[in-house]
Design a binder for this molecule. Structure first.
Ligand SMILES: [Zn+2]
Length: 302
């Protein structure tokens, strides 16, 4: 099978992850802009971060035969530093029109403060003007209230729910998110929050329409193989291959495809990996290493 992991923070991951993901069938990935575990203090670090997402990380993924896309945004946590937030909002129009940018995200609420709402609103407005999908981060505390409040703000701005992917859903939020016409994404965490066993049950209850499974792997304990592993469990539990493909590939493609920046043609019939490629004079592949050889040591998940 092939997979599109629509939420994974590859800047925090190693080349081992890229090798294992490629071997397990992860064909394309979307990397959302987010905070990096420590608050940034200067707008310039956002500029360099955005440049990495559209530049070096895209190249790095390509060296493993994986197509890399991203969303650009000011995350809710750092929206609370208003001086910084203003400067980031100002630079965003320069980045959201770049190649491979499939939406504005992750935006939304963290502590559900006034500043967070202000910058959610501003960025929703920006998405409306640029006609781009929105990727929503829902808060870990008071999730249900925060999710409903997010949808209220988006609708107040005039956003079409069909262009919004709400992530980090759980059993408490999924019904209202689907009922209001949004895409409902689920992050599969290895030990906490939503494990893949629960995901199988959600699929049984709600079906596959507008449901998306992703890894959200980042700098914390997480699993870059969460999507193929969940697919394997779904198959074992009798979910049809068509349904599995819908939630791990076709749905994220349809949702973010609304940007006009991602389509199957990007990887179908692609020329594969060019081991001699350089990024600003640098290569990743040391000592003449062949990527396909490196990958063959990992088990394929079919
Ligand atoms: Zn994330």
């Amino acid at each position: 099978m092939r997979f599109l992991d629509s939420h994974v923070h590859m800047v925090s991951r190693t080349t081992d992850d890229y090798q294992r993901m490629a071997a397990a069938g992860v064909t394309a990935i979307i990397e959302p802009s987010f905070w990096q575990g420590q608050p940034r203090t200067e707008p310039g670090t956002f500029k360099d971060y955005f440049n990495t997402l559209i530049g070096f990380e895209r190249f790095r993924a390509s060296q493993f035969g994986i197509k890399h896309y991203c969303t650009i945004g000011l995350n809710p946590k750092e929206a609370n530093n208003e001086k910084l937030a203003e400067a980031v909002i100002e630079m965003m129009p320069l980045y959201i029109c770049k190649e491979g940018v499939v939406g504005i995200g992750e935006i939304g609420f963290d502590d559900q403060t006034r500043a967070e709402e202000k910058y959610l609103r501003l960025q929703a407005q920006l998405a409306l003007e640029a006609d781009l999908p929105i990727q929503i981060h829902t808060p870990h505390r008071d999730k249900k209230i925060g999710t409903i409040r997010t949808m209220d703000v988006l609708e107040d701005v005039g956003i079409d729910p069909a262009k919004v992917i709400i992530d980090h859903n759980n059993e408490e939020t999924v019904k209202t998110v689907l009922d209001r016409g949004y895409w409902a994404a689920f992050t599969i965490y290895p030990h906490t929050k939503l494990g893949n066993e629960r995901m199988v049950e959600i699929l049984r209850e709600y079906g596959a329409e507008r449901i998306i499974v992703d890894s959200a792997a980042d700098w914390g304990i997480s699993d870059a193989l969460a999507v193929p592993k969940t697919a394997a469990l779904m198959k074992e539990r009798g979910i049809t291959l068509d349904r599995i493909e819908q939630v791990t590939y076709r749905n994220p493609l349809a949702a973010y495809g609304q940007s006009g920046q991602i389509s199957e043609q990007d990887w179908e019939g692609s020329a594969g990996v060019n081991p001699a490629a350089l990024f600003e004079g640098n290569t990743l592949l040391r000592g003449g290493m062949d990527v396909s050889t490196a990958m063959s040591q990992y088990l394929m998940i079919e």
